[in-house]
Write a protein of this length. Structure first.
Length: 214
C-alpha cells in the first residue's frame, strides 16, 4: 500500500495477481489511483470462470485475465461474467517463461504456433485483447483478424534498466514494443524494485512519451 501511494500519479495503473486470492476487494483500494489490471489468469470450467469473473468485475477493474488455453467456450463464459460492466477480458496466450521445448511438451507445438493459435481463439471468442510477449507482436500483426485485439505486453525493460539477476527471458524496451504495436506495457521490477520508484516511473514515462512522439 505504501508503494501504491508513492506511485499514484506517476504510473497509469496497477497490476494485481496473487493479492486477489486473499481479498478481491483490494481492487477498490487501488482503482482510485488509476487503471487496475486484475491478473488472476482464470483457467477452470466455464461455470467457475463465469462466476469468478462476475465477482472480480464487481470491483470494477479495467481488465481481467484468463488463460486462452482454456478454450473458446471458457473465454466466452468470462465475457458473460463481466456483462453490464466496463471490465474487459484479456486472454493470456503463452506465459513468457516458456520456451519452444516446453511449449512442445505442454501444447504439442512450438511457441510461435501456439501463440498464434491461442490469439485466434481469443479473437473467435470475442474477448477484448490478449497478453503476449513483445517479441510476438510483429508476427501477430500479419493476421487481419487479430488487429483489433488490445495487445498488453509484459517483460518491458526501460533502456536504462540493468539487473544481472533479471530472470525475465522475453524482454523489450518500451520504444521497441510501442513501435511493434503494443497498446499497454506492463513494467514491474524496474519500478517496484528501484531505490527510488518515483524517479524510475518518471524516467520510464519520459521514455514512453518520447517513443510515442517519434
Amino acid at each position: 500500500m505504501e508503494l501504491r501511494n508513492e506511485l499514484a500519479g506517476h504510473v497509469g495503473g496497477f497490476k494485481l495477481n496473487d493479492a486477489l486470492d486473499n481479498d478481491p476487494s483490494i481492487i477498490k483500494s487501488f482503482s482510485e489511483f488509476g487503471l487496475v489490471f486484475a491478473d488472476p489468469k482464470l483457467l477452470d470450467i466455464e461455470k467457475t470462470v463465469r462466476n469468478r469473473a462476475r465477482v472480480i468485475s464487481a470491483r470494477k477493474p479495467g481488465f481481467i485475465t484468463v488463460h486462452a488455453s482454456g478454450g473458446i467456450p471458457m473465454m466466452k463464459a468470462a465475457l458473460e461474467g463481466v456483462e453490464g460492466t466496463d471490465t474487459k477480458i484479456l486472454a493470456v496466450t503463452v506465459l513468457t517463461n516458456l520456451n519452444d521445448e516446453q511449449c512442445v511438451g505442454i501444447y504439442g507445438d512450438e511457441r510461435d504456433a501456439i501463440v498464434t493459435k491461442f490469439a485466434g481463439w481469443a479473437s473467435e471468442a470475442g474477448v477484448h485483447g490478449i497478453v503476449c510477449s513483445a517479441h510476438e507482436l510483429e508476427m501477430l500483426s500479419e493476421y487481419d483478424h487479430l488487429k483489433d485485439l488490445i495487445k498488453v505486453v509484459p517483460g518491458i525493460r526501460p533502456k536504462w534498466f540493468q539487473d544481472a539477476s533479471d530472470d525475465q527471458k522475453m524482454v523489450m524496451t518500451p520504444a521497441e514494443a510501442i513501435k511493434l504495436g503494443a497498446n499497454y506495457l506492463v513494467i514491474g521490477r524496474p519500478i517496484t524494485d528501484a531505490k527510488n520508484p518515483v524517479k524510475a516511473a518518471d524516467d520510464t514515462f519520459e521514455e514512453i512519451q518520447t517513443a510515442r512522439l517519434a
